[in-house]
Design a binder for this molecule. Sequence first.
Ligand SMILES: Nc1ncnc2c1ncn2[C@@H]1O[C@H](COP(=O)(O)OP(=O)(O)OP(=O)(O)O)[C@@H](O)[C@H]1O
Length: 313
Amino acid sequence: MIEFNGVSKNFGAARALDQFSLTVREGLVYGLIGPNGAGKTTAMSILATLQLPDAGTVTVDGRDVVREAGEVRGRIGYMPDFFGVYDDLRAAEYLEFFAAAYHIPAGRRSRLAAGLLELVDLPDKAGVYVDSLSRGMKQRLALARCLVHDPKVLILDEPASGLDPRARAEMKEIIRHLKQMDKTVLISSHILPELAEICDEVAIMDQGKLIACGTVAEITAFSRGARQMRIEVLDRVKELADYLATRPGVSDSHADGPTVQFIFSGEQAEQAELLQVIITAGWPVTEFGEVKRNLEEAFMAVTGGEVENDGGN
Ligand SMILES: Nc1ncnc2c1ncn2[C@@H]1O[C@H](COP(=O)(O)OP(=O)(O)OP(=O)(O)O)[C@@H](O)[C@H]1O
């Protein structure tokens, strides 16, 4: 449903996205996690057709965000990390205003607004000025706003930031509800534990790059010691990537130019054995080693050192 393919974006000398690729299947709640400046907002705003990529392609439901921006906009609801609310509008009017912007016929707007307020658990706030709602309520109203045109995909940039624990729990409940409605949800956060319970899968990013992706359980295993490895060989790179994918402890094995990159969760002795096996099988290895890329730091930053929830619920 969402596809980033080799996307790069620079702001002057700052590289916000660096060959970023990600696939999100339909119906998933997908977490995009990374420390400050990792590139989450940039990725989301490109997806929301608000910024152009310098390189690479992004599609939503098969539509290109640059060439078919209008088609994409009809399919997405975007909740930015900072959103404007209109002070002198009441909650229902606010939603009706956005419904009008999406060309929903006037006769349907008031019922639509009432339904959405119900969905985000604000049914008794229809006549209340937006300005006087609590932060958590404003956040839920902003989410309702993203739903007026019944999009397939929701892009939520740090929807839980600044909320107290109760408001966070309410937000999570709504996101679960969106999943039941078969929406595909991309949601960002600084830290993994915040999203661990609600996400089907997560991607960890740092310095504009995808570091790892998978289920919360897989990512947790990775954060507890799996290593990103790199082997350079003179030929048969793709064959080596396929071969490695069959070896124990190896995941995400893929060819990248003259190298194969993969994640390895074995011990040091098993790593040595793996190299031995590759050489014995006849591959001319010129380099073999771990890719550091500040991986540990990134994981420490996003997991808070430890992930308590194993995602198996
Ligand atoms: N409009 C801009 N002008 C200049 N630099 C920018 C701009 N937008 C983003 N950047 C830079 O790009 C990098 C990625 O920023 P981005 O906001 O995408 O990260 P983020 O992961 O969303 O961070 P945060 O969690 O702090 O919101 C940072 O180095 C940031 O300073």
